[in-house]
Design a protein around this ligand. Structure first.
Ligand SMILES: Nc1ncnc2c1ncn2[C@@H]1O[C@H](COP(=O)(O)OP(=O)(O)O)[C@@H](O)[C@H]1O
Ligand SMILES: [Mg+2]
Length: 380
């Protein structure tokens, strides 16, 4: 796509999520890599309490906790006032003058209230193009239980699982434990349905461990997923990019520093003890192709757009390839798996950002083509 004038990109970061700090790191990389000849960057921060801030230096305001470095702002769900508006402090009044017109938003927000369709819904209402998946795919990828149901309906391979409502677990724990033991046996993984970064995820080897795992996961979510453990699981990940014709990168592999890829293995173990990345993953040419094809099928199954990282578990014991989950806003620092896989597949970090912005504009243009009113008889 050739452009005559600079594109004004609102990069949104921070947010009401446990992955707030990871988001700041991703956003710094994104902003640093955007060509100033092509883009005017408008940084927009969201505090841990959910307050939007723009102007001044929102990145420093979030990193230092000094709110005076930026100003309260908002995006209204009203396309006639497109862009960022300034909120007058104290009065709650909204100034009509906008802070900035924005051509496209790049949400660099991980986890709930950012990657789950909520921010995407606001941007749909506001009529602003945005990078990445829409409302439906974002929400589907965030809910591990509904995601699994969709995969099963499409005939795509997932680990057998049992969904447990927190209420049912609290009301009759023994019944829940019996059902899981009858359907899955051990070992199993317990996960909150809507979270990330392995928070609340545990591997359970017996009834007492399962009870502990469910009690812990139930502190994070009202829906829980218990899943049969994939034996000797290898963690294979593929980056997918595109709207109607998505393409897949080479696969990569994670070598977790612990028994599984837990929160500690992701973020706490550093230096020699850190988890490793193998790019590309050491797989046979046939398996490499199978994983890439399956990644695109998964992406299409949830009607994803823009980008996603599709994560698999490959059993070292049985050779079974299982779809684990989709991340619609994957870690995006220049050393994160998503951009690294594209680099290994021949696309630089800066080029990747260009592609994502083009895809956002393309998707929006496609969407505004649709009629929003119905004239009876017009097509007869
Ligand atoms: N069914 C499973 N079999 C084997 N390992 C699993 C299974 N489910 C999860 N894990 C391990 O737990 C980690 C976190 O689970 P995941 O479903 O990816 O949650 P999150 O969204 O928090 O990343 C995985 O990366 C993997 O190491
Ligand atoms: Mg994961």
């Amino acid at each position: 796509m050739r452009r005559e004038k600079k594109v004004r990109v609102g990069v949104v970061f921070g947010g009401r999520s446990g992955e707030h700090e990871v988001s700041l790191m991703s956003a710094r990389s994104v902003v640093g890599a955007m060509d100033p000849h092509k883009y005017d960057v408008v940084p927009v921060g969201i505090t841990k309490d959910g307050q939007w801030i723009a102007a001044g230096d929102p990145m420093r305001a979030l990193a230092s906790g000094d709110a005076s470095l930026s100003q309260p702002a908002a995006i209204l769900g009203d396309p006639s006032r497109r862009g960022l508006v300034r909120l007058e402090e104290g009065t709650q009044a909204i100034e009509t003058a906008s802070l900035a017109e924005i051509d496209v938003i790049f949400p660099v927000l991980h986890g709930p209230y950012g990657e789950d369709g909520t921010v995407q819904g606001l941007l749909e209402l506001a009529g602003i193009p945005y990078v990445g998946a829409g409302v439906l795919a974002s929400a589907l990828a965030m809910d591990k239980i509904v995601f699994k149901d969709v995969m099963v309906a499409k005939g795509l391979p997932v680990a057998p699982g049992v969904a447990v409502m927190r209420k049912a677990w609290k009301a009759s724990p023994d019944e829940v434990l019996d059902r899981i033991e009858a359907e899955l046996g051990y070992p199993v993984f317990v996960k909150p349905a809507n979270l990330g970064s392995s928070v609340g995820v545990s591997k359970c080897h017996d009834r007492a461990g399962l009870a502990r795992g469910l009690a812990d996961a139930a502190t994070y979510d009202r829906k829980l997923l218990v899943e049969a453990a994939v034996p000797e699981a290898r963690e294979i990940e593929v980056s997918v990019l595109g709207n109607d014709d998505p393409i897949a990168s080479l696969p990569g592999e994670i070598l977790p520093s612990r028994e599984f890829y837990s929160y500690a293995a992701k973020y706490l173990d550093t230096g020699e003890d850190a988890s490793g990345l193998l790019i590309p993953a050491p797989l046979s040419p046939q398996m490499t192709e199978r994983v890439r094809e399956l990644a695109v099928q998964v992406y299409r199954a949830i009607d994803c757009a823009g980008m996603a990282r599709v994560d698999f578990l490959l059993s070292g014991k049985t050779g079974a390839l299982i779809v684990n989950e989709v991340n619609t806003i994957p870690g995006f620092t220049s050393i994160s798996m998503y951009p690294k896989l594209w680099e290994a597949s021949g696309m630089s970090y800066a080029e990747l950002i260009d592609r994502l912005i083009d895809l956002a504009l393309e998707r929006h243009a496609d969407r505004v083509q649709c009629k929003t009113s119905y004239e009876p008889g017009a097509a007869e």
